[in-house]
Each structure stands twice: as C-alpha cells, then as structure tokens.
Design a protein. Structure first.
Length: 549
C-alpha cells in the first residue's frame, strides 16, 4: 500500500538528511508503529506519505514515496486526500467547523461528493466511532478523547485507504487513549485500513502494532520488523519491555498480560525485598516542613458558564513533587493557570509564598516571575525569537540571570540542538524542552508544568526527570499536570487526582496510583499487589540485595 524507494529528506541548507535511505513497503491492512528518539524524523517520514513533505514544509525529497500507486512528489496533499487521511497531534488545530456533524462532512464537501453520499457516510462514521450522541455538540466542548475521535472521523468520511497519525494519544488521559486505540483496531481489523502511526508513549500502543518501524538515529537507516524483535534493538522501549530485558525474558513481552504470565519467578525474588522509595520514606511527601510556596483554599473557578474547579484545597511546600492527574477536562490546566493569575477565583483564595503571600491575579508579572513559572501545554506560547540562541539570550535578560544560563539548561535537555536552529524547526518535544529551559532560567521557587512529556521520548523524559529531581532537592516545588502515569510513578512523591473540578484523591504516589487501575504504571500492574512502581526500583533492589533475576 505504501512504498518507500530510497527516500531521504533534507531541509534548507542542512548537509545531513533528516531521514535517510528509507527503502521498505507497508502492507495493506496493517497497523505500523513508527518509533525512535525525539527529533529523529518520525513526523517528516509521516509527512512524505501525505504529501505535506515537501509540498507544504519545503525541503528536498530524494527517492519516491508511492501510496496506492500515486507518487507523492507528483500529487499534492489535496490530490491525495481521497487516499490518505492525516491526523496531527493537536486535533483542535485541524477543525474548521463548529459542530461534530459539520466537521465530519467538511472534507467530503471539499471533494465535491453528492449530498446523499455525504449523508450516508456521516451516519456510518458516527456509528463506527461511537459519536452519534455527539453529532450536534460544539467541537470546542468535547473532551480530548472525543476530539481525537472526531478528528479521525473527519478524514474517514473520505474513505481513505491509509490513515497517518502523529502522536494520537499524547494529550489524552488513559481512558480516552484506550477509546482512540480501540477505534484504530476496528479500522485495521474490520475495514482493512492501513494505519501508519508515530507515538512516544509506547506502553499504550506497542501491543497493538502488526509491525514496528524503528528510526534509531537521525539519518540512520530504518528497521522494520515484528514488534518484539524490534523492541529488542530499540533505544526507546516501554517499561514492560524494559522489565522483560531486566528479567531476561524471551521473547520480550509487549503487554502487561504477557509480562504477568512470566513474572512469577521475579515476584518470588522480590517478595523479601522492599521498593527502595518506600524504605526511604516516600509514604510521606517531601517538604513536610517550611512555609508553603502555594496555598489553595476552597477554590472555585468558572470558565464561561462552566464550573471548572469547585472547593479545591491544595498546599505545596518546598521540595515537593506533585502530580495532578485525572481525565481530560478534570480541571488540571485550570488549576495551574489560576496559580499564575490567568483566572480569578469566584470563591476561595490562592496565595503564593509565605504569609502574607501574593495573590496571583493581583500581582505584577515581573514580581510573579520570581515566585512561580508555568510551562504550558503548547510551548509556542513562550517562544517568539528566530533562533534557539536568541530565545536563550532573551530568557537570561528577563530573569536577570548570567549569560549562558538558559543555554546550559537547553544543552542538558537537548544535547544535539544548535544555536542557530529556529524553534519552529524543532520537534514538538524539543520545543517543549526549550520552553522549559526558558522558564527554569528564572529559577522560580514553584515550577508548574502542563503535560511536560508530550512529544518526549524515554531518554528525553529521563533527562527531564533528572532536572526536576535536582530542583526539588534544591528546595523548589514542582507541580505537573500529566496523563503520563509512568512519569508520575518515576518523579512524583505525591499524586492529586481531580474529577469534574474536585479533588477526589490526595496522597503518596504509591498509595494513590496503585489503587487506581487507570493511573497505575505498567510495573505496578505486572508485580501487583506489591507497590513496585518502576523498573528502576526493581533493578536497584535486586542489585542491592545481590539477588539475580
């Protein structure tokens, strides 16, 4: 269905190609997962299938990409729309109408299909994706999972034979991600649609893949094969695969179910051991003393006619790492934005720092900068310069920091990014890391992050975790809103779960996440009922005890 013939892509004056030597075939009716480190060219490779590369992005495409016999160099994206459907990371950026039904019909209107055909296909798609009850709903009022299903439906009505998805679950809570993946399974198995998907959160998707396409490094030749075989070679791997490698299981497990079937021996070896974090006292959150850096009391916030937060209480002290979790629309981002003064409470209070503290929405931005910093979901909100070097110089000036402070942070998070790179030429994960470095330059006592691992691979996530741990050790408080259960298990000492704007759980990570099937990390599911949260905990305990696996 998709054929790559010696495909390479080079942008601008770059001497090295972003992707190089891609020579393979993607069969019809299979789900192929594209994996690799951040910035390795996954989005570029997907763009060559839809024709966005090079017709929209520019650059030079060498070789040929054919989809259902059509050469994407000779056919622009609009000429491929009946064959290839593309869904990006942010569905809102693709919506052009106001309601679900209109969005499903829009693509067919552009193709000039007859009205009776459009009506039939809209109804079929509503039923296929479970959207019938939402047909008249404004797209802006949908949850994240619903938006992603509508985005998929808007391209499915054109009956494409190929569906290209870039990070389709990156902004979704675990339940919403399962909804989207179930839809993709139906498309592949029931309709024979070919799905080419890039995703960093492999723990969610690798077990569903028919094949995995690995891009191991920028410009390196790709590897296509069976998921377990490719995961054995991949520099990026989900926790369940990492656990299998640690335990020496062969073939490697791809799902929690596979791992649990093989984990009896490992569980026996761990029965007499304790997770290192529990022995260190992780049951009590860090920062039990000291003046609070943030105090939220009986907070209620309205956004338009909707009550986004209701009677929320939260105290954050120096050294704490707190994960805010909950389904899409639970109020996590609203709480973070209220802490930086973007929303005014309708009831309750918010104060930053010790008594008397500062009220965020009444505090000048220059003063607020020294108390709290927010890295938003979309890093482009913070990036305005033409180069990485200019962004860093501006961050140093704004924060009153020494020259090179921001650049050092960028180097720690993104070792291979050059000063002259334009922020728009960075991958989603790289832009987020740059925005984080810009905020960290001011060294705020309270650091807020909204979905900080969106678009980050496991190595980049590990570097981010190291930076945030170091900040907590220095006395900073870190609060992150995240759907990444593996990040929460690795980093957070305390988890707060929101539902419909209210706090429904607040306690030590090991207690909160292991009691929730939706928010439990893979290692906890494999080794339940013991509270082992990460592969790192297992490795450290076995090494310390001298127990082989």
């Amino acid at each position: 269905m998709i054929r790559f013939d010696q495909v390479s892509v080079t942008y601008g004056d770059g001497t090295a190609p972003v992707v190089h030597g891609v020579d393979l075939t993607v069969p019809e009716g299979e789900l192929v997962l594209v994996v690799g480190p951040s910035g390795v060219g996954k989005s570029t490779l997907l763009g060559t299938v839809s024709g966005l590369v090079p017709h929209f992005t520019g650059g030079t495409l060498h070789g040929r990409v054919t989809v259902d016999g059509r050469d994407t160099r000779e056919h622009r994206p609009r000429e491929l729309a009946d064959v290839v459907g593309t869904v990006g990371q942010d569905p809102l950026a693709h919506f052009v109408t106001d309601t679900v039904e209109d969005e499903l019909a829009y693509g067919m209107e552009c193709l000039g299909l007859p009205l009776d055909t459009m009506r039939r296909r809209v109804e079929e798609t509503l039923d296929l994706l479970g959207l019938a009850d939402l047909r008249d709903r404004p797209v802006a009022a949908l949850s994240g999972g619903q938006m992603q299903r509508v985005a998929i439906g808007s391209v499915l009505t054109a009956h494409p034979r190929v569906l290209v998805l870039d990070e389709p679950t990156s902004a979704l809570d675990p339940a919403a991600a399962e909804e989207v993946l179930a839809v993709l399974q139906r498309l592949v198995h029931d309709l024979g649609t070919t799905v080419l998907m890039a995703e960093h959160r492999l723990e969610r998707v690798v077990q569903y893949a028919d094949q995995v396409l690995l891009l191991p490094a920028p410009g390196a030749a790709p590897v296509l094969g069976e998921p377990a075989e490719v995961m054995a070679l991949s520099p990026v791997r989900p926790p369940v695969v990492a656990l299998g490698r640690l335990a020496g299981w062969s073939p490697l497990p791809l799902s929690v179910r596979d791992a649990r079937r093989r984990a009896a021996g490992l569980r026996e070896r761990l029965d007499s051991l304790e997770p290192p974090a529990e022995r260190a006292g992780a049951g009590s959150p860090d920062g039990s003393g000291g003046e609070p850096l943030a105090e939220v009391s009986s907070l209620s916030v309205r956004r338009g006619r909707t009550t986004a937060l209701e009677k929320v209480d939260l105290t954050v002290r120096p050294g704490e790492t707190v994960a805010l979790m909950g389904r899409n629309g639970a109020g996590k981002s609203t709480l973070l934005n209220t802490l930086v003064g973007m929303y005014e409470p309708v009831r309750g209070t918010v104060r930053l720092g010790g008594a008397p503290g500062a009220v965020p929405h009444r505090t000048r931005p220059s003063e607020l900068l020294r108390r709290v910093g927010l890295v938003p979901q979309d890093p482009r909100d913070l990036l305005y310069a033409d180069t990485v070097a200019a962004e860093c110089a501006g961050a140093d000036r704004d924060a009153g920091a020494g020259a090179g402070t921001c650049r050092a942070l960028v180097s720690a998070l993104l070792p291979d990014v050059h000063d002259g790179t334009h922020p728009r030429d960075l991958s989603e994960g790289q832009r987020l890391a740059l925005a984080l470095a810009v905020v960290l330059t001011a060294s705020p006592p309270l650091l807020l992050l909204d979905e900080p691992t969106r678009g980050l691979d496991y190595a980049a996530k590990e570097r981010l975790t190291g930076v945030l741990r170091a900040l907590a050790d220095e006395g900073h408080a870190v609060v992150l809103a995240t759907h990444d259960v593996e990040l929460a298990a690795e980093l957070a000492r305390r988890v707060v779960i929101l539902a419909d704007g209210e706090v429904v759980a607040d306690g030590p990570s090991a207690e909160v996440v292991t009691s929730s099937p939706a928010f439990a990390p893979q290692t906890a599911k494999v080794l339940a009922p013991r509270r082992w949260l990460t592969v790192g905990q297992v490795r450290a305990a076995l090494e310390e005890a001298g127990v082989g696996v």
